[in-house]
Design a protein around this ligand. Structure first.
Ligand code: NDP
Length: 419
């Protein structure tokens, strides 16, 4: 019996909300609050009558802390699930602190305006000191540790798939298969085809920022940075087949480097087809990925936001996407003095997701773990005061719920490794 306030009503939120409604024992009541209330009302209309969960909706600007506080005080939730954008992480955390309510998200903070001089000064110092140049990092949210501890509330960071499930796979491997993990390769393969020449599977602005940035990996206690798409490998993914994949910077590397004792190297690879990369390169070359405002016919526009308006809405890709995703981690380490390697992964079928909840597998693989993380916090199965990445909790109940809620996983004890 719990009340969850869900902020955001896009692709990922849509799946998380469907899944909350399948888990009415935990989520007896939910409130869907977002910038565009009509989307929340439409989802409520679709779901009520199919679930015991009582659904209400609200309009909120999650950039505005006072509005968030007013909504939280009015609705009195047990926890707030942030499935809006990473831009809103800090304002929502501030509101949760003011109201002493638990917080869950799926992506670490990044600023909307990367030209903001105050943010830029801190960012440039971090690039020099830490050695990676991604716009997003955990320092902003880890800085809330003492305030969340003092308030006696939990912040659960990164409850999506990657970060999220991949981080829980790591905690599970460490708990059940290894004394020590030395090497982690996180492999994110989307073998799906939506039939468009170019589209992104989740929010285009966040997605294109991530994949057009420098790559990086963690090795021997420090970051090694690469040019975008500089490191390419091929891998034969179970149930998907042979794919090209490229090394990216990814946020869970930062927390796993801190939370996996003795780890020597962590890398993240994502599959891309040549057509996607050629389109992206062209858009970047002409300035369409820029986040800096420009003047156009007397008004200010941000190129990447204009591009977002042109691209298909990721939430609309569901009916046309066919194929499967395969996301997981290959771990190499030691057990009882012997070296061993295992691969834990999930395979998810785009069309099966569409039939179940009306969305493609990328939103599905993020929305399901968002619900599971929120359920474990609301049910107080995961109950620690402070700010924690998901791998810092007991992985077993989460792994059980993945099987129960549509993301079954496989442990391969004799996998092919990545060179
Ligand atoms: P969408 O763009 O589809 O949805 C974002 C939602 O947030 C929209 O409903 C939008 O409202 C709402 N929103 C944006 N700004 C505000 C605001 N200021 N106030 C209130 N609501 C706001 O994004 P996705 O669903 O694709 O992604 C959601 C989150 O999931 C992102 O943080 C993304 O980074 C993360 N993610 C995490 C993954 C993981 O594996 N960990 C994988 C994929 C995504 P409106 O409808 O008005 O635009």
């Amino acid at each position: 019996m719990g009340r969850l306030l869900i902020i955001g009503c896009g692709g990922v939120a849509g799946v998380a909300i469907h899944k909350c409604c399948q888990n009415s024992k935990t989520f007896s009541e939910i409130c869907i609050a977002s910038r565009t209330k009509e989307k929340c009302d439409a989802l409520k209309e679709k779901l009520q009558g199919t679930t015991d969960t009582v659904i209400t909706t609200a309009k909120v600007d999650a950039d505005n802390v006072d509005e968030l506080i007013a909504l939280i005080r009015d609705y009195k939730p047990d926890a707030v699930l942030n499935v809006a954008l990473p831009y809103q992480d800090l304002t929502i955390m501030d509101a949760c602190l003011a109201c002493k309510v638990d917080y869950i998200d799926t992506a670490n903070y990044e600023p909307e305006d990367t030209d903001d001089p105050a943010w830029r000064a801190i960012y440039e110092k971090r690039c020099k000191e830490a050695g990676f140049t991604a716009y997003f990092d955990y320092s902003w949210q880890w800085a809330y540790q003492k305030r969340f501890t003092d308030a006696g509330i939990t912040a659960l960071l990164g409850s999506g798939f990657d970060p999220g499930v991949t981080s829980v796979f790591t905690a599970y491997a460490l708990k059940h298969y290894f004394d020590e993990i030395e090497y982690i390769d996180i492999l994110d393969c989307n073998g799906g085809d939506h039939g468009y020449p170019f589209a992104t599977n989740f929010n285009p602005e966040i997605n294109l920022r991530e994949v057009s940035a420098n790559g990086s990996y963690w090795e021997d206690g420090h970051w090694v940075e690469t040019k975008p798409m500089e490191i390419k490998r091929e891998y034969n993914f179970p149930q998907v087949g042979e794919k090209d994949m490229y090394l990216l910077h990814h946020e869970e590397i930062e927390s796993l480097a801190k939370n996996v004792p003795g780890v020597k190297r962590i890398r993240f690879f994502m599959t891309f087809g040549q057509s996607y990369l050629t389109h992206m390169q062209c858009l970047e070359d002409v300035g369409m990925l820029s986040t800096s405002p420009i003047q156009y016919e007397g008004r200010e526009i941000v190129p990447i936001q204009f591009l977002k308006a042109l691209l298909p809405d990721p939430a609309s890709l569901g009916p046309r996407t066919v194929g499967k995703t395969n996301i997981g981690c290959i771990f190499t380490g030691k057990k009882d003095g012997k070296e061993k390697t295992i691969y834990i992964y999930n395979v998810c079928d785009h069309q099966e997701c569409y039939r179940e909840v009306g969305s493609q597998a990328i939103s599905y693989t993020t929305g399901v773990p968002a619900m599971i993380g929120a359920a474990l916090v609301v049910d107080k199965v995961w109950d620690k005061d402070g700010v924690f990445n998901i791998e810092e909790f007991d992985p077993d109940p989460f792994m059980d719920m993945l099987n129960q809620y549509g993301l079954p996983w496989v442990v391969d004890e004799n996998p092919k490794t990545v060179a």
